[in-house]
Design a binder for this molecule. Structure first.
Ligand code: NDP
Ligand code: OXD
Length: 312
């Protein structure tokens, strides 16, 4: 039998992955954190989500790590992946669709003044809010990768003027594009609803700070579905208090779970969800994982690879 596949996550027992992989790969030597890893020298592939420091490094014959989330920052923190081991990530159309839904839900809720109408309903008040034409609500997607491009295309299809910002230059149908540090201020200046969907890297940590918020137009709204560490919390709270930002929908936080005493929990302009914008669905994520296991074993080039130098 080929080398073992280890499920390295504390979230679940991982046996659902074994059930999904076995019909495609035949009998596999599947190990899990909960069930015991046995002789670690047998482990060739790790399916990992937030591995503890040193765990992956203890697998001497590890050849490939598969991130069980689309984000890979959990693997690069403190060099958790030993040098020379291939890093790939799940590519999950189901998850991508959920992320776009999340952004569109909060954007529409803000755009259509649903909170004000809910307050009016409570007061039995038939009050019509000022009309804002869709073509005047500018959406800005920060990060034009797999998720950002899907989200941008869907906003554009709804008729919102949509722009995106990425590291390298891009041309995308129906989307205004900006890139690099030099393009950031202009991108923010034309953005009424900012959707953050960047990877967390050295360059993007703390990028949603006082300077970035000041560059947004007054009344702008933030949707952060990327990583909490993109946000300088004190700066966001200050921008909300001052009224410069009108609100924020936050799925991710500097500390997760969000501490019980954190001001976001009770802030009248903040919505909190517990890192659920997109959940990995093994049914939709498995085909890419299976393909990569077959490719690794056949000595073929892998797909959905991650560049450890860039960190995404
Ligand atoms: P990708 O790696 O496909 O794309 C990343 C995008 O960010 C690219 O467009 C890239 O630019 C851009 N980018 C990276 N660094 C910079 C930089 N320094 N300046 C400007 N742009 C930059 O990522 P995905 O779309 O797959 O995912 C994005 C993130 O979403 C994940 O890393 C994860 O953190 C988060 N996520 C959150 C989930 C949740 O439930 N809340 C679920 C899934 C993902 P370029 O195109 O030029 O390379
Ligand atoms: C992911 C996540 O990266 O769940 O997939 O955050």
């Amino acid at each position: 039998m080929a080398g073992a596949i280890a499920y390295i996550s504390k979230d679940t027992d991982g046996l659902h992955w074994q059930k999904i992989l076995e019909p495609a790969l035949g009998p596999i030597d599947f190990r899990t954190l909960r069930g015991g890893l046995g002789n670690k020298d047998d482990i060739e592939i790790a399916l990992a989500w937030k591995p503890d420091q040193g765990v992956l490094g203890s697998f001497k014959n590890l050849k490939m790590v598969v991130s069980l989330g689309m984000g890979v920052d959990h693997l690069f923190a403190d060099n958790r992946v030993p040098p020379g081991v291939a890093v790939t990530r799940i590519m999950d159309d189901g998850l991508i669709g959920q992320m776009s839904e999340y952004a569109i839900y909060w954007a529409l809720r803000h755009h259509r003044d649903i909170d004000r109408y809910a307050a009016s309903q409570k007061a039995r008040s038939w009050k019509v809010e000022p009309f804002k034409d869709t073509i005047h609500r500018r959406i800005g997607i920060m990060g034009l990768g797999t998720i950002g491009q899907d989200t941008a295309a869907k906003f554009a299809a709804l008729g919102f003027p949509t722009a995106g910002w990425s590291r390298t230059a891009k041309t995308l149908p129906g989307i205004e594009t900006f890139h690099g540090p030099d393009g950031l201020a202009a991108f923010l200046a034309r953005t009424d609803i900012l959707v953050a969907v960047l990877p967390l890297t050295r360059e993007t940590q703390g990028i949603l700070n006082a300077k970035a918020f000041a560059a947004l137009p007054t009344g702008a709204y933030l949707i952060n579905m990327a990583r909490g560490a993109h946000v300088v919390d004190a700066d966001l709270l200050a921008a909300l208090e001052s009224g410069h930002l009108s609100g924020a929908a936050l799925d991710v936080f500097n500390t997760e779970p969000l501490p019980a005493d954190h001001p976001y929990w009770t802030h009248p302009k903040v919505y909190v969800t517990p890192h659920v914008a997109g959940s990995t669905n093994p049914r939709t994520a498995a085909p890419g994982v299976i393909e990569n296991i077959k490719r690794l074993r056949a000595g073929q080039p892998l797909i959905n690879t991650v560049d450890p130098k860039a960190g995404y």
